[in-house]
Design a protein around this ligand. Sequence first.
Ligand code: GLY
Length: 375
Amino acid sequence: MKRESNWSDEAWGKIARKIARTSKRIGDGFPHASVEGSYRLEPASWWTAGFWPGLLWLVYRDTKDDSLRNIAESCEAQLDQVVMDYDRLDHDIGFMWSLTSVARYKLLGAEDAKRRGLLAANLLAGRFNLKGRYIRAWNPWSAGEDNSGWAIIDCMMNTAVLHWATEVTGDSRYRHVAVEHSDTVLSHFIREDGSVNHIVIFDPATGEKAGVNGGQGYAADSAWSRGTAWALYGMALAYRYTGEERYLQAAKRVAHFFIANLPEDSVPHWDFRLPEEVTKYRDSSAGACAASGLLLLARLVGALEAPLYRGAAERILHSLYINCGTWDREDEEGLILHGTSHFPEGKNIDVPLIYGDYFFVEGIAQLLGHEELFW
Ligand code: GLY
């Protein structure tokens, strides 16, 4: 690795030591949120299932510690059962298989991993609604619910597995789906000022836009910070894969909104538009995801523009390291504190989240010169 600055070098050492330790307790489970110091495990079908193995691959890439590789491979194998569980499969297929199978294929060239990644891409492409030009987010959460017209900003990250599938097969169908969905995001999700809608609802039969829903944000017209990060990073990835200027411009617009709305310590609040009476909890995961996306963006723009994005990413990661890091805490499995998973539902507020940890580690790895991403 290219060593750049003392603090990120030091952070990497702490990450590697802590992950070597926590991996012995977490093993091949699927952590999501850490409560009272211990990561709670979720079923393999939960959307976060890829982040722990993905994090292990990031560390393995540097340390070549086979015990981490074995755990990541075991997590990946467990996802096979999820493929048969149609009811629970949703657009998060991308998060789940990009950080398991695609990661292992990129790192080790394993053909079985490539096949799994392609199967995931096919399942995701199968969720595309031709009339509305969007990838359907979820299946019904309860009997009788019809959410077939719902699309969400998070899915921008998931389109990466489609671009990857076209790259490795030469079959452009996957990219067509990703491009159509991304263009829908440009027209219906990203607002003029660079903030984004979380959920846009379409009439699934006609494709007409039917409404907007605040989802995990405070309100339909607020600015959920993690959703903003998904848009920023997802658009940067869309540009990296396609070279289409409109995606780069969108990534920059969202980045400018994100950076302009950071508080003094650079750790975002869970929503950038909150009324006075609502507690401004932080969402460190939004910061980590945006920072890693900003580092990619810095590599995609010209030399004169890059320092803006790289500088912001470094400020966020450094603040997460100093203000949220758990390096000296043996009693905490999470790497970074102060994540907020779902404020409107009162779930996992002000706790470490596995995707926050993942993107923090991915961001530090990028700072240290690892340019290959699993996305
Ligand atoms: N993709 C769900 C979330 O960001 O919480």
